[in-house]
Write a protein that binds this ligand. Structure first.
Ligand SMILES: [Zn+2]
Ligand SMILES: [Zn+2]
Ligand SMILES: [Zn+2]
Length: 266
């Protein structure tokens, strides 16, 4: 059970923005100048608390400010989707959680992503008995369902331009609680089947115009329909449309995510 809400699972969208974030540096468009806090989109990541092992999906560039903003004081593991900068550059901020837990944090992801992380942050992977003072990680490559806290986590390989990223399905006692697919250009048939009838779907819905590595808003809604997800949130959003305008255009069961969106499953 989640320690904050007493529910089975709580997920918090730490960042709902595309790789450059919104507002974008030097942009004077209406969305970048918006005073609606939901139009402040930091880089995409998710926090999940099942009451057993709180964990992150990705360590976005803005991780430190995201954790301070949401009052996150404990993280016990990280699932990585892929190695693109916006999803990994907050890795060094895991240092604080290593200190608090006095342990090496387990990190999970595709073998190729963990290899890149070991090259980018070699000091985090060095063997050392003492975990205090530095970020210390324990990489575990995954390509099949594995247990994490009270959950079963299933990696969901999806195409993202020239690379394959992982989405993740979180299940408990046979209930498909949440599927997270932050960076994908399509969702293959077998993945649609795996996440069919999921209770909450958080999916890439970059913008209206086609993009070579991301789903459009309309394509994401189509996936939501195919999957028959109970609730769907679009993430990895650009500055092309305000939260208010996107929300008004979407069907009732689909909404744009925003930074700080808290989702509970009881
Ligand atoms: Zn991304
Ligand atoms: Zn802008
Ligand atoms: Zn990416």
């Amino acid at each position: 059970m989640c320690r904050t809400t007493g529910c089975l699972l709580r997920a918090v969208v730490l960042g709902s923005g595309t790789s450059q974030g919104v507002p974008m540096i030097g942009c004077r468009c209406a969305v970048c100048r918006s005073t609606d806090p939901r139009d402040q989109r930091t880089r995409a990541s998710l926090y999940v608390d099942d009451g057993v092992l709180p964990f992150l999906i990705d360590t976005a560039t803005d991780l430190r400010t995201q954790c301070l903003r949401e009052g996150i004081a404990d993280v016990g593991a990280v699932l990585y989707t892929h190695h693109h900068a916006d999803h990994v550059l907050g890795l060094d901020d895991l240092r604080r959680f290593c200190e608090l837990r006095r342990e090496r944090l387990p990190i999970f992801g595709p073998a190729s992503t963990l290899d890149v992380l070991a090259r980018m942050f070699p000091y985090a992977f060095e063997p050392a008995a003492d975990a205090s003072g530095y970020v210390r990680l324990r990489p575990q490559a995954v390509d099949a369902p594995f247990p994490l806290g009270s959950l079963t986590v299933t990696p969901l390989p999806v195409p993202h331009g020239r690379i394959t990223t992982f989405g993740y399905l979180l299940e408990r006692d046979g209930r498909k609680l949440l599927a997270y697919l932050s960076d994908c250009q399509a969702v293959p048939e077998n993945i649609l089947w795996t996440i069919r009838s999921v209770e909450v779907l958080i999916i890439d819905g970059l913008r209206d115009e086609p993009h070579p590595t991301h789903l459009t808003t309309q394509e994401a809604v189509k996936v939501a329909r195919q999957v028959e997800a109970r609730r769907t949130y679009l993430t990895h959003l650009t500055h092309h449309k305000s939260h208010r305008h996107r929300e008004a255009e979407l069907p009732e069961d689909v909404a744009p995510a925003f930074d700080g969106l808290s989702i509970t499953l009881c």
